[in-house]
Design a protein around this ligand. Structure first.
Ligand SMILES: [Fe+2]
Ligand SMILES: [Fe+2]
Length: 341
């Protein structure tokens, strides 16, 4: 590598670099960020490509129980608004402080994916003719959803304080807490009871249009989580002083609080259980997921719970870094086929 190129690479840093200057992608320093970006692009999908006819027919029939409808509605209510919190946090709180071009390229891709996810919930609600007011207000009418959202919004608000800066030790730790709060907790724990519940319908060949969209969302979220973990571990490697024993204890407590919120959410969605899903099993499920996340950011596992849904681990292989669906959603137009009228 020429000296000039080497200097340019060395100058790149994840935090505390240039916020406003042009984003110099080359030479790439954080190749993982670029790989996640390419992976996200390769998995592009749009909600309205997923047919909803079978779901519409089933939803308007008598073949779903009240408990089954309740679970679907609660999860739509949580995800419809949670996706927007993730988008807000990315754009308003994270982007400004991540001062590396490769990572910013990924963040822009991720922000668009969050918009697609919000689109998916609008599309589902419209297709099924659901009460949109009920779905889109659950974040303040359903306490178990409200508590998860408030937990996250506090982390965003801390970074929006006009005096916030990653230049200080406390500020950089607060930033790291935000990344853990969103990538590890929101996208890595708070989404997973919902994924399990909705995919249990898909497995029984019920509400497969919603199920298919959840599979695409889960595939995207797996990449978001993987990027977030690489970013967190990258910041730790460049700034090891931030990862103090006291900070690690603080993160363990934060994750423990989130685990309890997620268990309460799952129990609230599933008061009586449905075929294949017993409410008590979610405590172990959430704990199992949380342990996998802890391992990946170098914290000790806490719960040692077995995975209670073996069928689900066939769908979600948590250890896989890459996408787990082999088929492409759709063929996209090539540039020559684009029409501008
Ligand atoms: Fe999302
Ligand atoms: Fe996400």
């Amino acid at each position: 590598m020429s000296t000039n190129k080497q200097n340019l690479t060395e100058k790149k840093q994840l935090l505390r670099g240039e916020q406003v200057n042009v984003n110099q992608l080359l030479p790439l320093k954080y190749r993982w960020a670029w790989e996640h970006y390419l992976n996200g692009c390769a998995n592009h999908w749009m909600p309205n490509e997923v047919p909803m006819n079978k779901d519409i027919e089933l939803w308007h029939s008598q073949r779903l129980t009240e408990s089954e409808r309740f679970i679907i509605m609660r999860n739509l209510g949580f995800f419809a608004t949670a996706e927007t919190l993730v988008g807000n946090n990315l754009v308003l709180a994270i982007f400004k402080h991540v001062t590396n071009a490769e990572c910013r390229q990924y963040l822009l891709r991720q922000a668009f994916e969050e918009a697609i996810h919000a689109h998916a919930f609008l599309y589902i609600v419209e297709s099924l003719g659901l009460n949109e007011h009920e779905v889109f207000t659950m974040y303040h009418t359903i306490p178990a959803i409200q508590r998860k959202d408030q937990f996250e919004m506090k982390l965003t608000a801390a970074l929006l304080d006009p005096n916030f800066s990653t230049d200080s030790f406390a500020g950089a730790q607060q930033f790291l807490a935000n990344l853990i709060g969103y990538y590890v907790i929101m996208e890595g724990i708070f989404f997973y009871s919902g994924f399990a519940m909705i995919l249990s319908f898909h497995r029984r060949n019920l509400m497969t249009g919603i199920g298919e969209q959840f599979q695409y969302i889960m595939r995207d979220e797996t990449t978001h989580l993987n990027f977030g973990i690489d970013l967190i571990n990258g910041i730790k490697a460049e700034n090891p002083e931030l990862w103090s024993p006291a900070f690690q204890q603080h993160m363990l407590a934060l994750i423990d609080e989130a685990v309890e919120l997620e268990i309460a959410y799952a129990e609230d969605c599933l008061p009586y259980g449905i075929l294949g899903l017993q409410p008590g099993a979610f405590r172990h499920y959430v704990q199992h997921i949380a342990d996998r996340r802890l391992e990946r950011i170098g914290l000790p596992v806490q719960y040692h719970a077995a995975h209670p849904f073996p069928w689900l681990s066939e769908t979600i292989d948590l250890s896989k870094e890459k996408n787990f669906f082999e088929t492409r959603v759709t063929e996209y137009q090539s540039s020559s086929a684009l029409k501008w009228d």
